[in-house]
Design a protein around this ligand. Structure first.
Ligand SMILES: [Cu+2]
Length: 251
């Protein structure tokens, strides 16, 4: 049994030592009424995951479930705060995972075909490299709970995919955190498509094959499993905003 207090003090020491291996974690849930680390299943390492097939893709390698479940009004804006900036180029996505009836957000392991995407951060090729607006070099990523999401408990999952070493899926890096939330005042939407994690994308997906340092102008970044506007009528605003931030589309 890993003692979280020991871990966190150990990380406190590590954090003060700048190293090339210190990457970034989505560590803090920022909601309108509360900013807390206690609702986030804290990744034990700043380092990325590289095994796309691992169950750790769900909520990272963490020290266990989080202490709190934060209540969020459907339609509310929220954010994940990072403990370092996202300094690698690549796309990101925000997911919700519906907690099964027999579980709670504080117990569920994220298994099952219960996940759906609520936001994408895509990219486009410039003259020099691929550009990933609103996600590269930020200390905070923002999102919105779609109004049409049914009330209930969820894991809110942030994922950043670093493509700088990932040509041909060699060493694509995955940075993931889950926050435990309870959505209230939700709607009657039917989130779709629902995916499993792992399984939400494949190593040979076009979006994982781009060479971010050798852009091919005119290339479209293709991302999978955008929330469909028909499935979640109330999320049209989110959908359009996402489309505007990326010159990509569903595949
Ligand atoms: Cu790195």
């Amino acid at each position: 049994m890993v003692n979280w207090l020991i871990l966190s003090s150990l990380f406190g020491v590590l954090r003060s030592i700048p190293t090339a291996s210190a990457h970034y974690r989505f560590a803090t849930l920022i909601a309108p009424n509360v900013t807390t680390k206690n609702a986030v299943r804290q990744p034990v390492s700043w380092n990325p995951m590289v095994d796309l097939a691992s169950n750790n893709m769900r909520c990272n390698i963490n020290a266990g479930v989080a202490k709190e479940v934060v209540e969020l009004q459907a339609g509310t804006d929220l954010a994940f705060g990072l403990d370092n900036s996202i300094f690698h180029p690549g796309p990101g996505a925000l997911y919700l995972g519906k907690v099964p009836e027999s579980e709670s957000a504080a117990t569920w392991d994220g298994s099952g075909q219960n996940w759906f995407k609520i936001k994408n951060w895509g990219g486009y090729p410039s003259n020099w490299n691929w550009v990933f607006p609103d996600i590269l070099n930020v200390w905070q990523v923002n999102g919105t709970i779609p109004l049409a999401v049914p009330s209930g408990e969820y894991l809110l999952r942030m994922e950043h995919i670093a493509l700088n070493q990932g040509i041909g899926q060699k060493e694509t890096q995955y940075y993931v955190s889950c926050a435990q939330v309870r959505i209230v005042g939700g709607g009657n939407g039917t989130p779709a498509p629902l995916v499993t994690i792992p399984g939400h994308f494949q190593p040979n997906d076009p979006g994982l094959q781009i060479d971010v340092f050798h852009p091919v102008l005119g290339t479209v970044y293709r991302v999978r499993f955008m929330v469909g506007c028909l499935a979640l009528l109330g999320s049209l605003k989110t959908f359009r905003r996402s489309q505007g931030q990326m010159s990509g589309r569903d595949s």
